[in-house]
Design a protein around this ligand. Structure first.
Ligand code: HPA
Length: 278
């Protein structure tokens, strides 16, 4: 039987070389902008914008609300590379493709990953429009982007993940939120594959399992980042909450509308976190 192949290391090097051919900026912080949160990229000064389709091997988002562009420039003087939109497991991409942009960021010199997403609240005290710092996750996809041959150049075969959300950066996020007066919830994010929004019964089950929020992203990128030695911090924008039986079902349009509404406080919080990372 043949050995499994995985994504060749040359792919991330080729992708990084294509990015470097467009800008001399060496990003230290990587930012993933989730559903409806892409407008943060307007905060990036001296931006070089590269559509994913122009980067070799880069996966292209297929969902509304995900522009599909890499934006390199400075936020508060800090060199950053931001993803305006990401791809998800539910689009049919293998998890290694979902994580690929993180490996490209590593190749570009990124040391810290800030991830964001739109998520549903499972905690009765957390409401649509709240921001939540992710302190830990539950992986209900039971899969991860490191399955396959290990790339020893990136990290170890068996990485630990209990400190996946870097405690020092959680503290930075709390301090940034407090300084701005932006309320910041915190809790455990449950990752489901989607694209179906889960049933009320499953959401109650996740709540009992200790989850505060549910969503379809972020965990694969965080796991890839931790494996390759990056520090991470992740923020959910809670766009909806458990609904009563007589309420209309959740739609992607509602998720995007709430994420856009919370955009202003998300933007100021993210900017303040980046400023404090400098
Ligand atoms: N469930 C799953 N994913 C989501 C939700 C949700 O309620 N809201 C935003 N993304």
């Amino acid at each position: 039987m043949e050995k499994p192949q995985g994504i060749p290391p040359s792919w991330r090097k080729e992708a990084a070389a294509a990015v470097r051919s467009r800008t001399g900026l060496q990003p230290k912080v990587g930012i993933i902008l989730g559903s409806g949160l892409g407008p943060f990229a307007e905060e990036i000064q001296g931006a070089t914008v590269i559509p994913y389709a122009e980067i070799p091997h880069f996966p292209v988002s297929t969902v509304p609300g995900h522009a599909g562009r890499l934006v390199l420039g400075r936020v508060e003087g800090v060199p950053v590379v931001a993803m305006q939109g990401r791809v998800h497991a539910y689009e049919g991409y293998p998890l290694a493709a979902v994580a690929f942009p993180v490996w490209v960021m590593k190749e570009l010199g990124v040391e810290t990953l800030i991830a964001s997403n739109a998520a549903g609240s499972l905690n009765p005290d957390y409401h649509a429009g709240d921001l939540m710092l992710i302190t830990d996750h539950l992986n209900f996809v039971f899969d991860n982007p490191l399955v396959g041959p290990n790339d020893d150049e990136l990290g170890p075969r068996f990485p630990a993940s209990d400190l996946a959300y870097t405690p020092e950066l959680q503290a930075v996020a709390r301090e940034a939120a407090a300084a701005l007066g932006v309320p910041l919830r915190e809790g455990v994010y449950a990752w489901i594959r989607g694209p179906i929004f889960e049933t009320a019964a499953f959401c109650r089950f996740l709540r009992q399992a200790g989850a505060d929020a549910i969503g379809m992203s972020t965990v694969p990128e965080i796991l890839a980042a931790v494996h390759c030695g990056m520090r991470t911090v992740a923020i959910s924008c809670l766009t909806d909450e458990l609904r009563a039986k007589d309420e209309p079902p959740l739609t992607h349009e509602e998720v995007l509308a709430v994420a856009e509404r919370v955009g202003a406080s998300f933007r100021s919080l993210l900017k303040e976190i980046v400023r404090r990372l400098a």
